[in-house]
Design a protein around this ligand. Structure first.
Ligand code: GCU
Length: 599
């Protein structure tokens, strides 16, 4: 018996002492988690960097039963345990490892996290372990029991771990791997930093055996002002009572669930409508059993009529900006209301009423803060560039991310557009993949608009033509263009546009790079003057587009990207922000502000 087997058996004995082998079930994400009875597991977590996944595979690359998830401790002096979480350093959760441990700035691989927490064993209630997001590939164990495996770095997931919790000290261990893969979503290359880690909240959620899993409350239509409410329980149980209370609208309803545990109702109401000028939110109480869920919900309608975009029945122009989910200063994943408030305040100062949250679902704090600040939102899943269109698992992954994005934010009045992709190469396989996704999104939510960021396909003799088979699946035709930066510098004034679709048009990206404080001639790359001039020329050019209903220039703030390596200028930042990574406003900021102030 060789040395590895001896060690493994030792570890096994120790491991099994600690753990059973029962598998937990992943349960559908619980909506409005912050309104539930929660215990935060945020804070300092021990971590172990495991480049070769020693903690998960044996030396034959087979998953081992005596991995780091056993959290084994030597029982006798001669015991060999080659890891110890409690001696390992700690980092803050939620957070990314790239900006918390200098050794991990560029690191893409596996890191193990461990957190001990106290629990008083619930009586008949259930305990769900909730993750706001973990980038990218995540495995979870509670007291040595494997809870589950999740992929996708930007959407929530939760496990019912009740059966494994014990009175007193409990341990959760999370294996996080952010390695990029061709079949993943996003795929291998993308122009943002691959921040690894447990990037959003970790919560223990206390729920009754039967609880409200999710609900939707919307203004059904402008005509006759009807609200439609539907609620889904975690159990397919008929005859359960659910109450809906909207005190300010004097609405007090009791619904009874059907055999699927679902109840719906439509009711007359005359709410003030949510809009950027008046981001009115109503206190809503949803009761089931002993539990009441409080929420704040706004009511509005969004629709298209030909090339017009109508908010609450009135034409609207979307004065937008694109934003990555990065802290306002110095990089790192943003993950709280304060981060969002700072970024959105800059957008407000720009004169924006709309933000494109690129290229993945941002955290719920940001969405809710935008809603309170009267900021309309475009929310997107990371089907970015060359996705593996024919891979069934890739499609299932994309569909899962779309489901989780919509299920988390379906009650946010400020979200008006679900985007299913960005800059994807044309092919029949792509069309099928994205066509299915678009129809699926519509089946989940028929009250919002579907779009995607397309690319200009034909450009010659200053004639730019947008031709994309996906036009028939989207409500709003959006495209990215980089005239003045990646092509046709100083030719913007000569450009003409042909967009042969009777739908509103959003220019979802345009822009150019500038290093804050670098000044020079307007044809000198990287100067603020070059970027300023590019904005002046692009805005004049885009104004001529028939059906232009909005834009989200690329981008609010310089953001980290491993693709931006020009020393002294980029230094691993994409410099297309109109604000620098230190919050300094570039000249282009004021060009865009002036243009928006006039609209
Ligand atoms: C693309 C892409 C962005 C990228 C930008 C750029 O259009 O969608 O993610 O950052 O161009 O090149 O700066």
């Amino acid at each position: 018996m060789d040395k590895y087997m001896k060690k493994q058996i030792l570890l096994c004995l120790l491991g099994c002492l600690v753990a059973g082998v029962v598998r937990a079930t992943e349960v559908p994400q619980v909506a409005n988690v912050m309104a539930r009875q929660i215990t935060s597991l945020n804070g300092a977590w021990n971590y172990i960097v495991d480049v070769q996944e020693e903690g998960y595979y044996d030396y034959r690359m087979n998953p081992t039963r005596w991995g780091f998830f056993c959290n084994a401790k030597p029982q006798k002096p001669e015991d060999l345990i080659e890891y110890d979480f409690d001696k390992a350093p700690t980092m803050k959760v939620p957070g990314d490892w790239c900006t918390q441990d200098q050794r991990l700035f560029f690191y893409e691989g596996t890191v193990w996290f461990k957190k001990s927490f106290q629990v008083s064993k619930p009586t008949d209630h259930r305990k769900l372990l909730y993750f706001g997001a973990v980038n990218y590939d995540c495995r979870v164990w509670v007291n040595g029991h494997e809870a589950g495996h999740h992929v996708g770095g930007f959407t929530p997931f939760n496990y019912d771990v009740t059966d494994w919790l014990k009175e007193g000290e409990n341990v959760v261990i999370v294996k996080v791997d952010n390695k990029r893969k061709a079949e993943a979503v996003p795929t291998q290359i993308f122009d943002w930093w691959n921040y690894g880690g447990i990037t959003r909240d970790v919560l223990l959620v206390d729920v009754e055996p039967v609880y409200v899993e999710n609900y939707s409350l919307q203004l059904a239509s402008m005509e006759g002002r009807r609200l439609s409410f539907s609620v889904r329980l975690n159990k397919a149980e008929a005859g359960r009572q659910v109450t809906l209370n909207i005190p300010e609208l004097k609405i007090k309803k009791t619904l009874t669930t059907d055999a699927d545990g679902i109840a719906t109702i439509s009711m007359k109401a005359k709410p003030q409508l949510w809009s950027p000028e008046n981001p009115k939110l109503y206190k809503v109480e949803i009761g089931c059993g002993e539990t009441t869920l409080n929420d704040e919900i706004g009511f509005r309608t969004i629709e298209t009529r030909g090339k017009q975009l109508l908010l609450n029945g009135q034409p609207i122009f979307l004065k937008g900006i694109s934003i990555h989910e990065e802290k306002p200063f110095g990089g790192g994943r943003a993950n709280c209301t304060e981060d969002a408030h700072t970024l959105l305040t800059w957008a407000k100062e720009l004169g924006c009423n709309f933000v494109r949250l690129a290229h993945y679902p941002h955290n719920e704090y940001a969405i809710r803060e935008a809603e309170r600040m009267g900021m309309l939102v475009w929310s997107e899943i990371p089907c970015y560039w060359t996705i593996a269109w024919t891979n069934k698992d890739t499609y299932a992954n994309a569909e899962r991310q779309l489901t989780d994005m919509i299920r988390r934010d379906q009650n946010r009045a400020n979200i008006i557009i679900w985007s299913i992709a960005n800059e994807t190469p044309h092919s029949a396989q792509r069309d099928q993949f994205l066509g299915n996704l678009a129809q699926y999104a519509r089946s989940l939510d028929s009250t919002r608009l579907i779009s995607m960021a397309m690319e200009v396909t034909g450009a010659s003799n200053y004639k730019n033509r947008l031709q994309d088979n996906m036009n028939k699946y989207v409500d709003v035709v959006s495209f990215n263009q980089y005239i003045g930066w990646y092509r046709d510098v100083n030719d913007a004034p000569k450009m003409e546009w042909e967009i042969p679709y009777d739908k509103p048009v959003i220019v979802s990206e345009f822009g150019g790079g500038a290093k804050y404080g670098l000044h020079g001639a307007k044809n000198q790359r990287w100067t603020e003057e070059f970027q300023e001039n590019l904005y002046i020329e692009n805005l004049a050019m885009l104004e001529k587009i028939d059906g232009l209903a909005g834009m989200t220039p690329w981008i609010l703030k310089d953001f980290r990207s491993p693709r931006r390596v020009l020393d002294g200028i980029q230094d691993y930042y994409n410099r297309k922000g109109v604000v620098s990574d230190k919050g300094e406003k570039k000249k282009a900021f004021f060009v865009l502000k002036q243009w928006y102030d006039k609209r």
